[in-house]
Design a protein around this ligand. Structure first.
Ligand SMILES: [Zn+2]
Length: 285
């Protein structure tokens, strides 16, 4: 499933191509369950005529600010992707939403597994979407003290806490595993057990990995494509995720796969000890 870097890439690619355009028609909508709010009929009534003022991201949602105080929010979920096409490009059977723009181009929402979702939000709806998500990990507000506060406020395993979108927004299975490997933290450490240096390491790891992944246009494991239909490149830089049995790049121990909260989890048992790394003492105790 696309995580923060993939959604950020999709939003930036879309913004570069269609900001300022007006949606003149919904040319195709053949999977009505994708419209979570308000409903397909209201989407048909309200969306045509709206101008795309700005396209950005909140958590794993692509958020398009429209005129007249509307916001179009799109979640790619498992297999969705958005792309822009010339007027005569045919939409295949997996393209379930086609928006026609005033210059004749089309925006395709291609989604073979049909888990993608669309919401047309009024200001209250947009506020609710924002309030349902935690802090943005690449924002200036996300500092080591803020992370420390989020971790120590809970007594939870690190992995499920970091996946919780109401605490930190945008992280998923890939980037949590990679961040924990980078910070040398076991996914089953308790969030309130981390030393200050470990919190700083985790904070840097999250920001560094997300930034690198955005530079590489996200990770393509199967379906994800950029807004230009290309594969991302971050999968070439994984150290732990999906690398079961492959030597850890840091110490050579084979990467292990365990299940944490029903999620497949990859870690180095040497670099990421379950009880944490012993504090180095300078005096005998
Ligand atoms: Zn290792």
């Amino acid at each position: 499933m696309p995580e923060l870097p993939e959604v950020e890439t999709a939003a930036r690619d879309l913004a570069a191509q269609i900001t300022g355009q007006r949606i003149v028609a919904i040319e195709k909508l053949d999977w009505e369950r994708m419209v979570e709010t308000p409903n397909p009929a209201a989407l048909h009534a309200l969306l045509p005529g709206r101008q795309l003022l700005q396209i950005g991201r909140r958590a794993k949602w692509i958020v398009a600010t429209l005129d007249a105080d509307w916001t179009l929010a799109i979640h790619l979920r498992m297999s969705g992707n958005l792309s822009v096409h010339a007027p005569d490009t045919p939409a295949d059977k997996h393209t379930h939403l086609v928006l026609m723009l005033d210059d004749g181009r089309r925006v395709f929402f291609h989604d073979p597994r049909k888990f993608g979702r669309v919401r047309l939000l009024d200001p209250a709806g947009l506020h609710a979407l924002d309030a349902a998500h935690g802090i943005e990990p690449l924002s200036a507000a996300f500092t080591p003290p803020v992370l420390r506060d989020l971790l120590t406020r809970h007594h939870r395993y690190l992995k499920p806490l970091l996946l919780d979108q109401t605490i930190i927004a945008g992280l998923g299975n890939i980037y949590v595993d990679e961040s924990l490997w980078q910070a040398r933290l076991h996914p089953l450490r308790h969030s309130d057990s981390l030393k200050r240096s470990e919190i700083t390491a985790l904070h840097s790891a999250i920001q560094w990995i997300l930034t690198q992944a955005i530079e590489n246009k996200g990770s393509t494991l199967r379906d994800y494509r950029t807004g230009y239909g290309q594969r991302g490149g971050q999968q070439e830089h994984f150290h732990a995720y999906g690398r079961t049995g492959v030597p850890c790049p840091r110490c050579g121990t084979p990467i292990e796969r365990v299940v944490v909260g029903q999620r497949s989890t990859h870690l180095c048992p040497t670099c990421q000890p379950v009880r944490g790394r012993p504090t180095r003492r300078t005096t005998p105790s």
